[in-house]
Design a protein around this ligand. Structure first.
Ligand code: HEC
Ligand code: HEC
Length: 432
């Protein structure tokens, strides 16, 4: 083998080529080093606050100054175009999809309006818009406790700070104001939470047909998810719903909180090698199966409510109805728990199926008792199943005056909401 000097002696051009190649390589290495250093320093300074965020800061933009990437991505929640088979960020009228829900919630505001949530961007707008919050024309009016606002509005910490937390939840100021309570004293399963509610004799409302003392599940997503394999393997909610994203040398969580099915590459495929189609199908399979069973429970519960109403109409007494009403409460609590955990049929399909199965069993047992009672009251026929072919028909069946609800809401949106907005703008203009 010849040495380099021998080679270049014969072909001097080779020496020049070598020279320029070396310069090129050094130049590229230099670029790489400078890019690494730049990204490192970018990453180093990314968490250095640019402004001091005051205690109780309500303006999103102020937070955005210190967390620009998170803030920009948060605006992604304004997008309402994605619809998966059961989820997504489009407005879906759930009562129209499943009119049985109207009957299950008779006597409770959910029977008037229940839609699939859009993104966080719309939280305030939609809490004003929903018929569930009614049309409060004065500060102390309104059918709901302030509890819903507590999670939805960034302005609540300011109010709590100004008024004091006990005053914010003061029942004397706003009737029905309720301290936000997690029903976890006995444990975090559906049965343990029920035990807690039973223990304090709590009910959210009395059913207008069956007169059963009902419970409403509120966002049991976290509790249910704990029963699933992902939680048990340490996968966090954010891993799927707010996956990491890189920008230059900076890694941040994407604050477009959404259905992971709209971003399979960044959520599932970080861990799973399967094709997008397969993963989507895995999710739909689990959802289909749980929802199929859940729908059976919905229909059985509707029957139990109308049969209980029939029993009252025929003169049943409270002692005769006691066990039956308890059964309806218990079965529907299980239904609601699974229905309200929107991602539960994927997060923890077995747990959801188990709960629905228990609900069906309790509901059927209750209907047996009802059949016996109805028979003892001289009624031996089938109580007709109502026409639940649309939301409107179902609402008519339970006797709702929806026209009035909408009219009142329109007045509230036209007269009250603009004054709230003006007051907020005025208040915030005084902040620096
Ligand atoms: C951070 C990692 C991680 C992410 C992200 C992730 N998974 Fe998983 N997934 C796991 C682990 C770990 C298991 C359990 C497998 C095991 O331990 O054998 C699992 C199990 C599963 C299973 C089987 C569950 C069962 O019923 O037995 C399915 C289906 C699945 N994942 C789908 C998904 C989908 C769809 C997404 C995105 C929405 C996703 N995974 C996101 C880590 C992940
Ligand atoms: C392994 C990935 C994964 C993890 C971890 C996970 N989710 Fe989900 N989540 C999903 C999938 C998939 C869906 C179904 C989305 C759909 O139907 O479009 C979903 C749906 C939801 C929904 C309904 C959203 C919609 O678009 O309808 C909520 C709310 C939710 N999850 C909350 C949570 C919470 C809270 C946690 C943590 C306790 C969590 N998720 C953990 C994958 C995950």
């Amino acid at each position: 083998m010849k040495s380099i000097s021998e080679l270049t002696e014969k072909k001097p051009a080779l020496a020049w080529i070598l020279f320029f190649v070396t310069i090129g390589v050094v130049f590229l290495l230099g670029l790489l080093a400078s890019s690494i250093i730049e990204r490192r320093s970018e990453a180093l300074f990314v968490n250095t606050p640019k402004t001091v965020i005051r205690d109780g800061e309500v303006r999103n933009e102020k937070w955005g100054e210190n967390y620009p990437r998170e803030f920009q991505s948060y605006y992604g929640t304004a997008d309402t175009t994605f619809r998966s088979k059961y989820g997504g960020n489009a407005t879906v009228d759930m009562l129209e999809e499943i009119p049985e829900m109207v009957v299950l919630w008779a006597g409770y505001l959910f029977s008037r309006d229940y839609k699939q949530g859009r993104g966080h961007f719309y939280a305030i707008q939609d809490i004003n818009n929903t018929l569930r919050t009614g049309a409060p024309m004065t500060a102390d009016a309104g059918p709901q406790p302030t509890t819903c606002w507590t999670c939805k509005s960034p302005d609540v910490p300011r109010m709590m700070k100004e008024e004091g937390i006990t005053q914010y939840f003061n029942k004397k100021v706003a009737e029905g104001a309720n301290y936000l309570t997690f029903p976890w004293d006995k444990g975090m399963t559906v049965e343990e939470m029920e035990e807690y509610y039973d223990g304090v004799e709590f009910s959210d409302w009395t059913h207008s047909l069956s007169k059963a003392p009902m419970l409403k599940a509120q966002h049991p997503d976290y509790e249910v998810a704990q029963h699933g394999i992902h939680a048990q393997r340490g996968v966090a909610c954010a891993d799927c719903h707010m996956p990491y994203q890189s920008e230059g040398g900076v890694k941040f969580t994407n604050h477009k909180m959404q259905s992971p099915l709209n971003n399979i590459a960044a959520s599932c495929q970080v861990c799973h090698r399967e094709e997008t189609q397969t993963l989507v199908q895995n999710v739909y399979d689990r959802q289909d199966k749980v929802l199929e069973a859940r729908h059976e429970l919905e229909k059985t519960l509707v029957r139990a409510h109308v049969e209980a109403k029939k029993a009252w109409d025929l003169g049943a007494t409270e002692p005769q109805m006691k066990d039956i009403l308890k059964g309806i409460r218990r079965a529907q609590w299980r239904w609601d728990y699974v229905a309200a955990t929107h991602g539960g049929s994927f997060h923890a399909p077995l747990e959801c199926a188990r709960i629905v199965a228990a609900g069906v069993s309790i509901a059927l047992d209750t209907r047996l008792k009802l059949a016996r009672l109805l028979s003892s009251l001289g009624f031996n026929e089938e109580v007709p199943y109502p026409d639940l072919s649309s939301k409107g028909k179902a609402q008519e069946f339970i006797g709702l005056d929806m026209k009035k609800s909408h009219e009142e809401k329109d007045v509230f949106l036209k007269e009250i909401v603009p004054s709230w907005k003006a007051a907020a703008a005025e208040r915030e203009s005084k902040l620096n």
